[in-house]
Design a protein around this ligand. Structure first.
Ligand SMILES: Cc1ncc(COP(=O)(O)O)c(C=O)c1O
Length: 483
């Protein structure tokens, strides 16, 4: 049997990439406006007979033109953006030529090499070794799994084999930590309610005195501290927790120390803020997401730990005949289908997984450390430019001074009492009427706009356009007194 497709791979891919070029370059309207149209073309029962390469036409005409706006230069929502060209090409290459990461291929060699490069880029010690997974959520889960295993081993319990045996445990993070920390605790049987959510200071950084108080309190109650989580670049504002102080407390209380750098770890490359990362060397685990600030396609995060044997103890699947028997003796490799030797599948929760290393490698080869640094600095500059323009305008207020590439701000006007509602409406109109697409958040109780600059297509002109649009829409809403 062969595919029911007459096209060669290159002609099929060319059709798709031509449509993608038009999609990226075009002056397109929002997919929602055409929703009835594309739903009508796409919905329907399971086809009894296939249409062969007619599906390429449907991709070209219906699916691709109605994609998302994440690649537009004015997209600054959440912490995501469209990927770069080289990394898309690398991802496609891996999909075709090395679709699994356990055999011996050039792609899979790049798994380990790129992890080492990525760790070095982000200031990690060479002893820290990594494993890729699909995103920050899973990367945090992997790290917290290691934390649970290690912490309970100190009490003679193999949590992976025997569960947590009703032991009273706690995980510590700030209230600005990503909510996947809580979910990880839930999934790992530690319990979301056993996460001590510690207050932050006025700069949205974990309050170390309150962390110490929580640890002392639990100590006197006989609760086992599993893990202290610090965030290097919070999702809301880009704040960097006091990494040294958190690490020292973790050590003092015998807890694992995890640093969530899913977004912000590459920020260490900007010399203006690199000192804020002091203490990173104390971490037992660190995560970073290449699909955030490095511009990789969605689906790539990395967890680094000091000693991957802890990951093996946490995530081992136990030997399986259908896998083990298939590979030759590691000291007598004969074919590329033998095992590449690093049991990534036992270092996390995925067995089948794409070769993600080639994508990260392609970005680091394309840009080098200097190119990545320039991008990080450029993005941090854009956030600082937002702050500057906001400070210069009496109708704008900075809610959190940028540390990395996020600047939260809001529209203010004495004539309006409910500024939260006004700003929520400013955001709605901004994303509906303009090419500027930040998201929103709440900082110190105030709703504001939250542009996060990780999009390599964004320039100063786009930022200035957004600021003007915010003032124009804000003035308009304020003058009508009804948002
Ligand atoms: C600090 C932090 N950790 C974890 C995550 C989760 O990452 P993902 O969306 O890749 O699962 C995010 C997402 O924005 C994040 O900002």
């Amino acid at each position: 049997m062969t595919d029911d497709v007459r096209e060669t791979l290159s002609s099929a891919v060319l059709r798709v990439t031509d449509a993608l070029e038009i999609f990226l370059g075009g002056d397109r309207s929002d997919a929602l406006l055409r929703r009835d149209e594309w739903l009508k073309r796409l919905d329907g029962p399971l086809p009894a007979g296939g249409i062969g390469d007619g599906v390429l036409g449907e991709l070209e005409d219906v699916v691709i033109p109605n994609g998302t706006r994440l690649s537009e230069p004015g997209f600054w929502g959440w912490i995501t953006a469209g990927p770069g060209t080289v990394s898309v090409a690398a991802s496609l290459a891996a999909t075709v030529a090395s679709p699994q990461r356990y055999t011996i291929t050039a792609f899979n060699h790049l798994e380990e090499l790129s992890l080492d490069w990525l760790g070095e880029l982000c200031g990690l010690s060479p002893v820290m070794k990594g494993v890729y997974s699909s995103g920050g959520s899973v990367a945090n889960l992997v790290a917290l799994g290691a934390a649970r295993q290690w912490a309970l081993e100190q009490h003679g319990v193999d949590a992976s084999a025997d569960g947590v045996r009703g032991m009273q445990t706690a995980v510590y993070c700030s209230r600005e930590a990503h909510h996947t920390i809580l979910r990880s605790a839930g999934v790992l049987g530690l319990g979301r309610r056993n996460v001590r959510v510690v207050d932050t200071d006025e700069h949205q950084r974990l309050d170390v005195a309150k962390l110490e108080a929580a640890l002392l309190n639990d100590q006197s109650d006989g609760v086992i501290p599993i893990c202290v989580v610090a965030t290097a670049g919070t999702t809301n504002t880009g704040a960097i927790d006091p990494l040294s102080a958190c690490g020292e407390l973790a050590q003092r209380f015998g807890a694992w120390y995890h640093v969530d750098g899913a977004y912000g770890l590459p920020g260490i490359l900007d010399s203006r803020v690199s000192s804020l990362y002091e203490g990173l060397e104390l971490a037992d685990s660190v995560i970073v997401d290449p699909h955030k600030w490095l511009g990789a396609p969605v689906g790539i995060a990395a967890t680094f730990v000091r000693d991957r044997s802890i990951l093996h103890r946490t995530f081992t699947q136990e030997p399986a005949d259908y896998l083990e028997g298939s590979f030759g003796d590691p000291d007598d490799l004969r074919v590329s289908l033998d095992s590449m030797g690093v049991p990534y599948a036992d270092f996390g929760v995925e067995l089948s997984a794409p070769a993600r290393g080639v994508v990260v490698w392609s970005i680091l080869r394309e840009l080098g450390r200097d190119g990545v640094t320039k991008r990080i600095e450029h993005d941090n500059n854009l956030a600082r430019h937002v702050a500057k323009l906001a400070h210069e305008n009496e109708n704008l207020e900075v809610l959190a001074e940028p540390i990395l590439s996020i600047c939260c701000f809001r529209y203010v006007n004495n004539a309006v009492s409910d500024l939260d509602s006004l700003n929520a409406h400013v955001l709605r109109r901004l994303v509906q009427e303009t090419p500027y697409l930040p998201s929103g958040t709440v900082v110190n109780g105030h709703f504001g706009l939250r542009p996060c600059f990780i999009n390599f297509r964004s320039e100063v002109g786009h930022v200035e356009g957004m600021m003007k649009a915010v003032v124009r829409i804000g003035d308009d809403l304020a003058s009508r007194k009804t948002p």
